[in-house]
Design a binder for this molecule. Structure first.
Ligand code: SAH
Ligand code: SF4
Ligand code: F3S
Length: 444
């Protein structure tokens, strides 16, 4: 067997894709390994979402060039969104790499490997309107053996003005229900306990079978009913498509976790319009209220872009207000980064880096405060926790997650990972809850 090392950058979709790639290449005699120095083939699964993400990959590429000079037998390939966006420019920038494959070309990797030998290079960046890798059983080698990602749709049709994803991943398409259920059945048999359904916009999942039309809530309900012992999560949801139907389905099944990632991007209507997000801040808040009405203990996280084109101090303050009103327990926050080819690349990137930095720091500080308040409110409450393993800090402590997706650490040494336990929260930091075990291991 030859050894394959895949290095994954970017979003959860990329993590899931690396598992598809590992599966395709296993059939070619490659097994995943944990050390790039041992590898016969190194693939870098890349991300183009912000300039920084690309700069990191290029820096890594330079190191791999050096590794290749030491070991001429080693093959190095760049796959994913940057391969798609930059194509041959990436060969130019990182001389000596062997192959490029875009997100819809992974079935072609064996062919590309055969074509790239000596000084020959091979690339395939064709996007597809149908590829979902539905018949490929991903090799779940990255996320441990308790939780797994299952990709249910690919691509994005939303064209938010700042975003490169519709160009690097192509049009939206949904994976057939039977193929999703087959994968979950396997995961269930292998003993996995938590599944996260993935797509750039899971709410627009849609598939037509002979006599039914499946939308996301129907898919979720089907899985929740069939596997009451599996915890279900999903990401990402676009606020404009978050339906009452979905909210009711989430509330109706106890194994669908009461936690949602609902990217707001900005609290200002001017910015939301310029970003082509297709909702107003009031419409967004109405969705939050709907979620909280049906699930009072739900946790909500978000993504925020700061310093988008034309953002004024007043726009920024509206984002600050939105964060307080929505009471996020967690946020991913970014400085706006202009991407070539997007609609926003035609606007003027007029907020200076210094102001972007200052505004970003303000919202990071605010989120720290909100997260801490959130966690403090959990003190004294009891949660069911899915145990994932030992804490990094001490072998006398274990950790797991609540349904609300918060990490809880507690004293214990002999609980089987994958068990459910009850923990009462006694203390917290901004990032973690600290609790005491109140019931032993109980398989659910
Ligand atoms: N499909 C998902 C995730 C997209 S990428 C969604 O719509 O929510 C994850 C996040 O990266 C986005 O939500 C956005 O906050 C951020 N992002 C995307 N493009 C960006 C850019 N050009 N500059 C800064 N942040 C960006
Ligand atoms: Fe990008 Fe918008 Fe699509 Fe998300 S919904 S991937 S932010 S275009
Ligand atoms: Fe990055 Fe592509 Fe995901 S640009 S965020 S890896 S879809």
């Amino acid at each position: 067997m030859k050894k394959l090392y895949i290095e994954t950058y970017g979003c959860q979709m990329n993590v899931a894709d690396s598992e598809v790639v590992a599966s395709i290449l296993r059939n070619e005699g490659y097994i995943p390994c944990a050390d790039p120095k041992e590898a016969d083939l190194i693939l870098v699964n890349t991300c183009s979402i912000r300039e920084n993400a690309e700069l990191r990959v290029i820096a890594r590429g330079k190191q791999l060039q050096a590794l290749k000079r030491k070991n001429p037998e080693l093959k190095v390939g760049f796959i994913g969104c940057m391969a798609e966006r930059m194509n041959e420019d990436l060969f130019e920038k990182l001389k000596g790499i062997d192959l490029l494959a875009g997100p819809d070309s992974y079935r072609n990797l064996p062919e590309l490997l055969r074509k790239s030998s000596g000084n020959l290079k091979a690339s395939d960046v064709l996007l597809s309107t149908t590829e979902t890798y539905e018949d490929i059983a991903p090799e779940h080698y990255q996320t441990g053996d308790i939780t797994a990602f299952v990709s249910i749709m690919r691509g994005c049709n939303n064209f938010c003005s700042y975003c490169v994803v519709p160009y690097t991943r192509g049009r939206e398409r949904s994976r057939p229900v039977q193929s999703i259920l087959r994968e979950i059945e396997q995961l269930n048999q292998q003993g996995f306990k938590e599944i996260t359904l993935l797509g750039q916009n899971v709410n627009s999942y849609k598939i037509e079978t002979e006599n039914t039309e499946y939308h996301f809530p129907t898919l979720l309900e089907t899985i929740a009913k069939k596997y009451p012992q599996l915890r279900l999560r999903f990401a990402t949801s676009h606020p404009k498509d978050l339906s009452e139907d979905l909210v009711k389905t989430m509330a109706a099944f106890s194994n669908i976790c009461n936690s949602i990632h609902l990217p707001v991007q900005s609290g200002s209507n001017n910015m939301l319009k310029a970003m082509n997000r297709r909702y107003t801040s009031d419409e967004y808040m109405t969705k939050i209220e709907l979620l909280r009405k049906h699930m009072p203990n739900i946790t909500i996280s978000t993504d925020i872009i700061t310093g988008f084109c034309g953002e004024t101090e007043d726009d920024h303050q509206q984002t600050v207000e939105m964060m307080r009103k929505a009471d996020y327990y967690y946020s991913y926050m970014f400085k706006y980064s202009q991407r070539d080819g997007t609609a926003a690349a035609k606007l003027i990137d007029d907020v200076s880096d210094e102001i972007k930095g200052r505004r970003l720091q303000e919202i990071i500080d605010l989120q720290q405060e909100l997260s801490l308040q959130h966690n403090r409110r959990d003190i004294g409450k009891t949660f069911e926790v899915l145990v994932e393993g030992f804490s990094k800090r001490s072998s006398k402590q274990m950790f797991g997650r609540t349904e609300q997706n918060k990490v809880v650490v507690f004293d214990a040494q002999n609980i089987e990972p994958g068990s459910y336990v009850h923990v009462i929260v006694e203390a917290c930091s901004t990032a973690t809850l600290k609790g005491k075990l109140i019931s032993g291991s109980q398989e659910v």
